[in-house]
Design a protein around this ligand. Structure first.
Ligand code: USQ
Length: 383
């Protein structure tokens, strides 16, 4: 298949490009380096330097013999995105090209506006380009479990049957996002659903939980092929942050009471899920939704896993409850369905002690590069 990866330089984008090219797909990766620029702008650089996308593609080709075509440009610009679709004519489009950080979207008005313009603008352009150049293609769009929030009922896989006054119908499961970033993903879903209804597009919307991990089968131990490892408060996700904190001897930053529960998955499983979605496309006129995670943990559970791993590796790990800078439930019911991807063949990699220890060992290699003043800056949700 010809697979177009939008946001191909990102934390999941680059590993996806390697994985799908290794599998034999013809891959083009497109990015405008937005994440790199934002990381630089707000002084949140990743733990180690990551070569640019052209360079990564060269290293990958040398090590695997597989090629990834690279294009750099802004997908919010119609002349650029339309030229990409016209040239490459993808069978499948994976859309990761969004500002991915909840705290970034809550920094200030400018950051919120950038998140809104970029995320909605690119999704809109992708829809228009698909309709114009590749109406039979399948769009795999990265959404987030955070679209649902933490309702006091079981979360279904995208859709819910509602019976009301003796009649029933199927609706998108109610959404209640917890940050402005998550809200842009809700708006994406609504926009996609509209164009699926009126233009009959094929779309899979992946509700993904927080991802952890770095090495994949394709990167092996070659750090030139690793993703960004962000440990700062804005771009780092919680488990990656805790591991770096443990290695740096910085008390683990549990926000509030630490009962916040989410569905997590290893980067390798995120790749499996996306590959399964690409290889078994949604039907024409279908908005297919999968809840993409493997197991649920509270923040306290994760802190405890990292603390114990630290003990095994000879590190003294302290855990500290900080006043929560976010507005979120700290104790809540959480039971989301997640059978769709398992039914397609997902083989989950669980967060075992060995997996935590391996990630901690990788992190320890870069101990001298950790700058602890990046770890906490207190981006507040409340005005
Ligand atoms: N948390 C802490 N301490 C920290 C960092 C986070 O207690 O130092 C807590 C947060 O308050 C939250 C949970 O850990 O309750 C997860 O936070 P996170 O920063 O790992 O994840 P989040 O902001 O929700 O965003 C990440 C990705 C985003 C993706 C989302 C999936 O950055 O792109 O959409 O995970 S989900 O959380 O399911 O919406």
């Amino acid at each position: 298949m010809k697979v177009l990866i939008l946001g191909g330089d990102g934390y999941i984008g680059w590993p996806t490009a390697m994985k799908l090219s290794a599998t034999g797909h013809e891959v083009m990766a497109v990015d405008n380096y937005l994440r790199r620029r934002l990381m630089r702008d707000i002084d949140c650089e990743a733990l180690f330097e990551v070569p640019n996308l052209h360079e990564r593609a060269r290293v990958w080709e040398e090590s695997s013999g597989k090629s990834v075509e690279v294009r750099i440009g802004d997908l919010d610009d119609w002349s650029f995105i339309s030229s990409i679709f016209e040239e490459f004519k993808p069978d499948s489009i994976i859309h990761y090209a969004e500002q991915p950080s909840a705290p970034y979207s809550m920094l200030d008005r400018r950051a919120a506006r950038l998140t809104l313009d970029n995320n909605l603008g690119v999704t809109f352009n992708v829809i228009q380009a698909m309709a114009e150049y590749t109406p039979e293609a399948h769009l795999v769009k990265l959404g987030t479990m955070g679209e649902y929030g933490t309702p006091n009922i079981d979360i279904e896989e995208g859709w819910i049957e509602i019976e009301h006054k003796g009649r029933s119908d199927k609706f998108l499961f109610p959404r209640a996002a917890g940050s402005f970033y998550h809200t842009t993903k809700v708006l994406d879903t609504d926009m996609l659903w509209f164009y699926v209804r009126v233009w009959g597009l094929r779309v899979t919307d992946l509700m993904q939980g927080p991802v952890y991990g770095l090495a994949t089968e394709e990167s092996g131990e070659d750090d030139r092929l690793y993703s960004f490892l962000n440990y700062d408060e804005v771009f780092g996700t919680v488990l990656n942050r805790f591991m770096v904190q443990a290695v740096a001897g910085y008390p683990l930053t549990v926000y509030g009471r630490g009962g916040q529960t989410r569905g997590y998955l290893h980067l390798k499983d995120a790749l499996q899920c996306v590959q399964l979605a690409v290889e078994t496309p949604a039907d024409k006129g279908e908005l297919r939704v999968f809840n993409q995670f493997v197991e649920t943990f509270s923040v306290n559970d994760l802190a405890e896993l990292v603390r114990k791993s630290g003990e095994r590796l000879g590190l003294q790990v302290e855990v500290k409850n900080l006043p929560n800078p976010r507005k979120e439930a700290e104790e809540h019911y959480y039971n989301p369905a997640h059978t769709g991807l398992i039914d397609l063949g997902l083989q989950p990699n669980k967060l075992t002690d060995e997996v935590v220890d391996h990630m901690m060992e990788i992190t320890m290699r870069y101990r001298d590069q950790i700058s602890t003043d990046r770890i906490f800056r207190g981006v507040k949700w409340k005005k």
